[in-house]
Design a protein around this ligand. Structure first.
Ligand SMILES: Nc1nc2c(c(=O)[nH]1)N[C@H]1C(S)=C(S)[C@@H](COP(=O)(O)O)O[C@H]1N2
Ligand SMILES: [Mo]
Length: 370
């Protein structure tokens, strides 16, 4: 590792520079959703994507305490039994890493090299955060809430606990949860056991795992993950806008079967129901379009009903009459705010929110006699 990587701005790969051993090491620790798992409404725990900046901390659920303090009238200390005794709700929520799509950028920001599948949907069970904050009594002048994880490490020279803040209004949103269960079982170690924050609609970095402390503050938080890391910058010296909600994205569940190395799909000609999932952190997905000719033409897909689950992806499907030959499939989501997916990648130094449409290459072979 060059010393330039130990402090200062994140690095951008040189022209044609291959993925490094360090990026491989990150990718081996932090896996994506296998795309065939798009078949599940709720992602089985081991198939949900993972992103862990440092190490998974070792926490004893029996001695675990969450502290809520800072600009509140009555600081709170709660153990897991206390949290579980509070009102219990379950939300189905799609999480996506803000770096999803990073490795497809040119030049490539050097970090966890995600392609398109850093996503998953789980049933998160816990207690809503807002009533707890209100009971603690937020003092006038409070502007943000800082969430601290129990994990610790060094990032670009800065030693730190993993910490992220939310603006007060976002922290008080009704859907924000202190979650102690995932898909009906206690949180597994890799997803934040025993307690994590779930902020529906926001990219993954806001979903603080191994949550141990909540602090209400009266000035914008200047911690690394808010002020330095997760910002949209084209040049290192810009302050940049903060990364917040998930941009819309649709994924195609690849049809047929894959080639081991290239992942190019093979399938036989004829009727084929394509499907996949689509989501946005800004509002419900209202339209998905599909192309089977690499973007030359687009056709509307059908959407499953939203089912009163505003924070979960929606299934889409499209009936394709697959003719022999080589095809490139893509799907493009548009949400209720009119946001959609670009056909050229939106570049920034962190490689955040690259919701460029996915491309799935398929070789269709003709059945005998067709
Ligand atoms: N304490 C802590 N929380 C964290 C992280 C972390 O490294 N430490 N990673 C964040 C990032 S960048 C993402 S994308 C999500 C990933 O959540 P998952 O691993 O449960 O899918 O967790 C977030 N919460
Ligand atoms: Mo992330």
């Amino acid at each position: 590792m060059g010393t330039d990587q130990l402090s200062g701005p994140a690095r951008v790969a040189g022209p044609g520079e291959a993925i490094s051993f360090e990026e491989l090491a990150l990718a081996a620790r932090n896996h994506a959703l296998p795309l065939e798992a798009l078949r599940y409404d709720v992602t089985p725990v081991g198939l949900h994507y993972l992103l862990i900046h440092y190490d998974i901390p070792e926490l004893d659920p029996d001695s675990f305490r969450l502290v809520i303090g800072g600009r509140v009238r009555q600081p709170v200390r709660l153990d897991l039994a206390g949290l579980r005794a509070r009102p219990r709700v379950t939300h189905r929520v799609t999480l996506e890493c803000a770096g999803n799509g990073r490795a497809l950028l040119e030049p490539r920001p050097v970090s966890q090299p995600w392609l398109t599948e850093a996503v998953g949907t789980a049933e998160w069970t816990g207690t809503p955060l807002a009533p707890l904050l209100r009971e603690a009594g937020i003092v006038d002048g409070a502007v943000e809430v800082v969430f601290t994880g129990a994990d610790h490490g060094i990032e670009r020279g800065a030693e730190q606990d993993y910490q992220r803040s939310l603006p007060l209004a976002d922290a008080l949103a009704e859907a924000v949860l202190l979650a102690y269960e995932m898909n009906g079982a206690p949180l597994p170690p890799q997803h934040g056991a025993p307690l994590r924050l779930v902020v529906p609609g926001w990219y993954g970095m806001a979903q603080v795992k191994w949550l141990r402390a909540i602090e209400v503050v009266d000035a914008p938080f200047q911690g690394f993950q808010n002020a330095v890391a997760y910002r949209f910058r084209e040049r290192p010296e810009e302050p940049g806008e903060p990364v917040t909600r998930m941009a819309p994205r649709a994924l195609v569940r690849p049809p047929g079967f894959p080639d081991f190395m290239s992942r190019v799909r093979s399938m036989t000609a004829g009727a084929c129901r394509l499907d996949g999932r689509a989501w946005s952190g800004y509002g419900p997905v209202t339209r998905v379009e599909v192309t089977t000719d690499g973007g030359a033409s687009w056709a509307p897909a059908r959407l499953d009903p939203a089912d009163g689950r505003p924070w979960a992806w929606r299934r889409w499907w499209y009936d394709w009459d697959a003719a022999p030959g080589r095809h490139t499939l893509s799907a493009r989501a548009t949400d209720a705010t009119g946001r959609t997916q670009p056909l050229t990648p939106p570049w920034n130094r962190g490689g955040f929110a690259n919701n460029l449409v996915q491309r799935v290459d398929v070789i269709v072979t003709g059945p005998a006699g067709r």
